[in-house]
Structures are given as C-alpha cells and as structure tokens.
Write a protein that binds this ligand. Structure first.
Ligand SMILES: [Zn+2]
Length: 181
C-alpha cells in the first residue's frame, strides 16, 4: 500500500503541517503503520531518529544526523541510523538524493511540496532553487498514467564561484600563451 498515496490524505497532511508537533505525530503514525505492515520492530530509537529528522530543515548526511542525536544526548549506533533511514526511504518519509557526493544525502519529504535543486558539476555544491514558476509547474504536473508520490527537479551546471575561478584560469592561460616566444 503506498504511503501518502491518497490525495485526500495529502491535503489533510498539508493542512496540518503548520504545527510541528502535529507533523511529528502524523509522520510517527505513518511510520508505525509502515513498520506493522512490514513486520518490523517499533523501537524507541527508530522513532527518536524520525523525530530528529523532521526537525532538520533541508538536506543532511548520516554524520549530520549523528550530531543531531548526540546533541539530544540520545545514544544510537551508526548502523541503526543507516537501517532506520533505509526504512524511512521505503516508507516514503525520506528521500535519498542522487547527488554525486561521497556521503549519502537525505531530506524529509512528507509535506509533498515540490523541490528543486541546482548542483555544481565542479564543486558539487547543492543549492535550493527558489522559483515560484518552477514550483507551480511542478505542483500542477499530474500525469494521467503515472502516480506521483513527490516532485523533485535537479538542475546541473556551474556555480558562480566555480565560474569565476574558471574564467580566471582561462585568462591566466591565454596571457601565458600570448607571452610565449
Ligand atoms: Zn561550484
């Protein structure tokens, strides 16, 4: 059974999202339902990790999550963090971004709001695109033959800082070749 698959559920969820406590309760209920359906254990650690994840704004790595848990004085092994994030990805409560970085990058998704990112091919820096037009286009995309669970767009290119660096290098190179006998 797909989680957050029903549009009425999504609207209900979005309407309730204004309060962080309600969001935590909703995602915990969703996760509980998933764990029962998949015959997985409902441990205190799993729910504490879920709560920590839903307090993180934007993207994070397992290392970031470990720091968040340490700040909360909640001892949890890296193995548990990996296992729980994997379960949350399966439960449609978390996405693992396909960014080409050495560490896996995650982000919570339960709000069903469209997301768009630009990624630098050179330094791999990731920034969120704040475009109303793009968000509206993604929001209104309802294909007839495909059931959409979440909407994410990735735009690849060169960031301003890398672009400046490249221009400098190019300038230096052309000056150097010009001065050659
Ligand atoms: Zn860059």
């Amino acid at each position: 059974m797909p989680f957050f698959g029903h549009s009425a559920e999504k609207h209900y969820l979005c309407a309730r999202m204004s309060e962080q406590t309600s969001l935590h309760e909703l995602v915990a209920a969703q996760f509980r339902e998933f764990l029962i359906a998949h015959q997985c254990r409902q441990t205190r650690e799993r729910f504490a990790i879920l709560e920590a994840i839903y307090d993180i704004e934007g993207t994070f790595t397992i290392e970031d999550l470990q720091h968040t848990m340490q700040d909360r004085r909640f001892r949890v092994s890296t193995g548990t963090l990996y296992q729980t994030t994997q379960l949350l990805v399966q439960a449609n409560l978390l996405i693992r971004h396909p960014f080409s970085s050495s560490a896996a990058i995650f982000e919570r998704i339960a709000d069903d709001c469209p997301r768009s990112y630009q990624i630098c091919n050179n330094c791999h820096r990731i920034t969120r695109i704040r475009s109303k037009e793009l968000a509206t286009s993604l929001d209104t995309y309802h294909p007839r033959t495909f059931h959409v669970t979440h909407r994410i767009v990735y735009v690849y290119g060169t960031c301003a800082s890398c672009h400046r660096q490249m221009r400098k290098q190019l300038k230096f190179h052309s000056q150097y070749t010009e001065n050659q006998p």
